[in-house]
Write a protein that binds this ligand. Structure first.
Ligand code: HEC
Ligand code: HEC
Ligand code: HEC
Length: 83
């Protein structure tokens, strides 16, 4: 179940899975090519091993994706990331 945390989320939901990152529906993202390319979890998720609670470390916007894609020569095609 995916349920975004909002200020209106009742206390009763506290122990439910809270997504840390959420992408809009028009973005295509899968972990597979990234893990295959040898990118560490920490590169996108930060030093999760030292966090009591996982918190977002990057604002996930297009620049976050495109900066690394430029650096690694991965796809910059609009349809690569958008349906
Ligand atoms: C290239 C960046 C990147 C890498 C590398 C990466 N992730 Fe993610 N991860 C994301 C993004 C972006 C999302 C949100 C996806 C969505 O909303 O559809 C996500 C979502 C998740 C989620 C769902 C929970 C949440 O916060 O939304 C888990 C669990 C997760 N990643 C674990 C991992 C693990 C474990 C690794 C290493 C094996 C890893 N990720 C590597 C970018 C990355
Ligand atoms: C830290 C670097 C990094 C970040 C951040 C990153 N990517 Fe990637 N991405 C890569 C690499 C490297 C590949 C693999 C390129 C290859 O295999 O040639 C890849 C591959 C992909 C592919 C597959 C492309 C194809 O042609 O098969 C998609 C889709 C993609 N990324 C989307 C995203 C989205 C969306 C985000 C942001 C939420 C993101 N990536 C963030 C490095 C990154
Ligand atoms: C490497 C992945 C990637 C590529 C390549 C990419 N985008 Fe995006 N784009 C994203 C992500 C992730 C978002 C969501 C940003 C957010 O949630 O703030 C986004 C958001 C957008 C939006 C919504 C407005 C905004 O800024 O939030 C538009 C429009 C858009 N992209 C157009 C394009 C066009 C046009 C291209 C080709 C020139 C392109 N994108 C290439 C990942 C990508």
């Amino acid at each position: 179940m995916t349920r975004a945390w909002t200020n209106d989320t009742p206390e009763a939901f506290e122990i439910q899975w809270n997504r840390v990152y959420t992408l809009p529906d028009f973005v295509r993202f899968t972990h597979r090519p990234h893990i295959h390319a040898g990118i560490e979890c920490q590169r996108c998720h930060g030093p999760v091993q030292t966090m009591d609670r996982v918190v977002p470390v990057h604002e996930i916007n297009m620049g976050f994706c495109v900066d690394c894609h430029t650096e690694k020569k991965a796809t910059l095609d609009c349809v690569g990331c958008h349906h």
